[in-house]
Design a protein around this ligand. Structure first.
Ligand SMILES: Nc1ncnc2c1ncn2[C@@H]1O[C@H](COP(=O)(O)OP(=O)(O)OP(=O)(O)O)[C@@H](O)[C@H]1O
Ligand SMILES: [Mg+2]
Length: 301
């Protein structure tokens, strides 16, 4: 049993732990962004969410691609209501949540309603109030639109981690550097991570990531981490045509294996890294406490 499943099992049977973890858990926010469009952000957002949920995490996907929302399309769901109705005050965020497989919740975007940045005060308040009312999540994954518009950069600012997606195409690589530059000009405290999608070999994935990491280090003095690569895989296209995420449609595919490895790295960093926020921090402290107690008890014996 992996660590995440163990944690889930532990909370299921223990009310006191449940109470503590649901009082004020901090949700870790991951924005998925790219310079060039069409590199696989939305596909990665949905599949990553489901893969994380399979590992025992409670995940919300927020479709922040406000101009061309399509997370729901990947899932084959037609939402009755979307963010537009929330902003107008007709619906609450809770009303518009869509259920995806593995208990993943989705907040659908509103196609053709592009300017989140241009909302008036009432509309902004409707949205902010809605978020405060939501259940607690371990992770919120924000699927952003392509490019470096203020909406996209704005959505990366509340994020703890920004996963920059590129493909090996030279234009996509150049644009991912442009995106990193735009993010860094606003904030230097993000954990920037690269995923190289649609690679033909592991070496190609590493080469592309290294290039972006090197130039970002050299010219922007910022550290970007290589989170991994995803193979070019016909199963991804098939799964999109059938509107079923590939992690479920083709769990044995090369792409799914790569994606699970990325999930594993992300969750493992949380468990081992210096991050003491949110639910993982809670469990880290809890386990530290248990370790100390056990030591004390064995010394007393
Ligand atoms: N690993 C992969 N192997 C093969 N095809 C892929 C892979 N990842 C993505 N694709 C293809 O790329 C297309 C675009 O993916 P997706 O819609 O996720 O990109 P996006 O970055 O969200 O685009 P946009 O910038 O328009 O929001 C998919 O429809 C799929 O056909
Ligand atoms: Mg998209």
């Amino acid at each position: 049993m992996d660590q995440a499943t163990q944690l889930r099992k532990l909370t299921e049977g223990n009310t006191s732990l449940k109470l503590v973890s649901s009082t004020k858990p901090m949700t870790k926010i991951i924005a998925i962004a790219s310079g060039k469009g069409g590199v696989g952000k939305s596909t990665i957002s949905v599949n990553l969410a489901i893969s994380m949920a399979k590992a025992g995490q409670k995940v919300l996907v927020f479709d922040g691609d406000l101009g061309l929302a399509n997370v729901n399309v990947i899932l084959g769901i037609i939402p009755k209501y979307n963010l537009y109705h929330v902003v107008k005050g007709h619906k609450s965020l809770k009303d518009i949540i869509i259920q995806a497989p593995e208990g993943v919740d989705i907040i659908a975007g509103a196609s053709g309603y592009s300017q989140l940045a241009n909302l008036n005060d009432t509309q902004r308040n409707n949205l902010i109030k809605g978020f405060a009312d939501l259940d607690s999540y371990d992770y919120m994954i924000i699927d952003t639109g392509a490019g470096i518009s203020s909406n996209v950069i704005g959505l990366t600012l509340p994020a703890d981690d920004v996963i920059v997606v590129t493909t090996p195409e030279p234009t996509a690589i150049t644009d991912s550097y442009g995106l990193i530059k735009a993010i860094v000009s606003q904030s230097r405290d993000k954990n920037l991570k690269m995923v190289v999608n649609r690679v033909r070999s592991a070496i190609e994935g590493k080469k592309v990531a290294d290039r972006v990491i090197d130039i970002s280090g050299q010219f922007l003095e910022v550290r970007v981490e290589n989170l991994g690569f995803i193979f070019q895989d016909d199963e991804v296209e098939k799964s999109i045509r059938e509107q079923k995420p590939y992690i479920i449609h083709s769990p044995k595919s090369k792409a799914a294996a790569c994606l699970n490895r990325i999930t594993y790295s992300l969750l493992n960093q949380e468990m081992e890294g210096g991050d003491d926020s949110g639910i993982t921090g809670f469990f880290k402290k809890f386990f530290n406490f248990v370790d100390v107690r056990e030591k004390q008890q064995s010394e007393e014996e």
